[in-house]
Design a protein around this ligand. Structure first.
Ligand SMILES: Cc1ncc(COP(=O)(O)O)c(C=O)c1O
Length: 457
């Protein structure tokens, strides 16, 4: 990945331009860049990331966004529609996840900027919950596969994270979870499904443990909630992972992933409004006025919220279920293709996000497989511990012919891996995509420095 893309084609801006450029010229540049960048997803070659990919849906959402792109949700008096959109998004998501809502009481929620914020907020809430009960050194117990945003939140909020092992099926090992819980444990976390392997932790057992210990349980449904929720209706044996389980106290579900909204929104639900209150922040003696905010953000775009709402009300249960049917079917086909190669094995029992690696006997490096796939413009996600790839199926991958093309390229990728045994692979396990091992080895922090640096002079 180049750090200075388009420098040759369009030059670089190094200082504030004195005079503005014509809009048409700027739009022409944007057209070129976005068309090139979107083309692999149009061909269905991208894992995850682009969840809907329906051009007509995006055009509609962009139109909705346009009405409120300039609106600040904080100014509720100016834009009461934002209050309507938020309340209705929360109500629909609560309904989807069987939250106990009785005439405005019971479950409640907040809209956040994305999955990371929807995982960090509950950590803060459970720290405060513990503090009110005299826990000064709180810990949270979760399997090693829980999303890394929880590590980030624990770091920000001074919470000890205790990481439980996973079973050979890559879901939380309950013995390990139990062994880590003590009197300072304020919450457990389970995922439905995990980022790495798309798998569902034993949420029923985590729920029972949370009830037994009188502590909280957050379910990370950021990736999976808006797709797994339709699985049972489609006849898949998706285990219950939502508020029907009595120990589940909060769930995060990203409207900007399988909720098919625009990027920048997620829903965080709490079983009890008392929990939600713990994430509110209020200051009464600031010269700027009385300050209240429900979460971490300050100003927020009304456009993003309107778009998330519009996605949900236009698709409805029928629309989501129809797309989910295609995604589950495609993931099963993909799984069949992977398992038809003796050199590969699938990790766990996935429904929509299929992780796979090479078998020990094959002696092959999964990242060699990825190197070849990348050369054919497939963008897999590289994983580690163990080294693996995942292909998270989204709507663009469900087009006819995509999995057939993948099957052909995968077979060649295995041959390539065989030919390259003993040589270092170019790709590796990097969360943010197409970065070479060399770039990673040059140091993760310096890589970040580089991505945030000014263009070359
Ligand atoms: C399971 C899970 N949780 C949380 C997140 C974080 O979401 P975001 O990237 O919106 O912050 C992701 C992202 O892929 C995820 O897969």
């Amino acid at each position: 990945m180049s750090l200075y893309p388009y420098a040759e084609r369009f030059g670089v801006v190094r200082a504030f331009p004195q005079r503005g450029r014509p809009r048409a010229e700027v739009l022409a540049e944007i057209d070129v860049m976005s068309e090139v960048e979107d083309s692999p997803y149009h061909e269905g070659r991208i894992s995850g990331s682009i969840y809907s990919g329906d051009e007509a849906h995006y055009a509609f959402l962009n139109e909705v966004f346009g009405h409120y792109s300039h609106a600040n949700v904080l100014q509720r008096d100016m834009y009461p529609s934002a209050t309507r959109f938020e309340g209705e998004i929360i109500a629909m998501t609560a309904d989807m996840l069987h939250a106990p809502v009785v005439a405005g009481e019971g479950a409640c929620g907040v809209i956040t900027s994305g999955g990371t914020e929807s995982l960090m907020n509950p950590l803060l809430v459970y720290r405060e919950w513990g503090r009110a009960r005299g826990v000064t050194q709180p810990n949270v117990v979760m399997p090693v596969t829980a999303h890394v945003a929880l590590d980030k939140g624990a770091h920000y909020f001074g919470i000890e994270l205790r990481k439980a092992a996973v079973t050979d099926q890559f879901v939380a090992d309950m013995d390990s979870v139990r062994s880590l819980v003590d009197d300072n444990t304020v919450a457990l976390v389970g995922s439905a499904g995990t980022y790495a392997h798309g798998l569902i932790d034993p949420i029923d057992e985590l729920s029972a443990l949370a009830v037994e210990r009188g502590i909280n349980l957050h379910v990370d449904g950021c990736l999976g909630a808006f797709i797994l929720a339709w699985g049972v209706d489609l006849g898949y044996p998706v285990p219950v992972f939502d508020f029907r389980l009595p120990g589940v106290t909060s769930i995060s579900a990203d409207s900007h992933k399988y909720g098919f909204g625009l990027k920048g929104s997620s829903v965080l639900l709490y079983r009890d409004p008392e929990l939600r209150r713990l994430q509110y922040f209020m200051v009464s003696d600031w010269p700027g006025g009385l300050y209240t905010s429900p979460g971490m953000s300050g100003s927020r775009s009304g456009g993003i919220i309107a778009a998330a709402w519009a996605a949900m009300v236009t698709l409805g249960r029928d629309g989501y279920t129809a797309i989910a049917a295609d995604i589950f079917r495609t993931a099963a086909e993909l799984r069949g293709v992977i398992e038809s190669n003796d050199e590969l094995r699938v990790l766990g029992d996935p429904y929509f996000n299929v992780a796979f690696t090479t078998t020990k006997q094959s002696g092959l490096d999964i990242f060699h497989v990825n190197d070849f796939l990348a050369s054919r413009r497939w963008r897999m996600n590289g994983l580690q511990l163990p080294a693996a790839l995942h292909f998270c199926i989204t709507r663009p991958n469900t087009q006819p012919g995509v999995i057939d093309r993948f099957a052909v390229d995968l077979a060649q990728a295995i041959s390539y891996a065989r030919e390259h045994v003993g040589t270092p692979a170019k790709s590796g396990a990097f969360y943010a995509g197409d970065v070479t091992r060399e770039q990673i080895e040059s140091g993760m922090a310096s890589w970040l420095d580089a991505t945030q640096s000014l263009p070359p002079s």
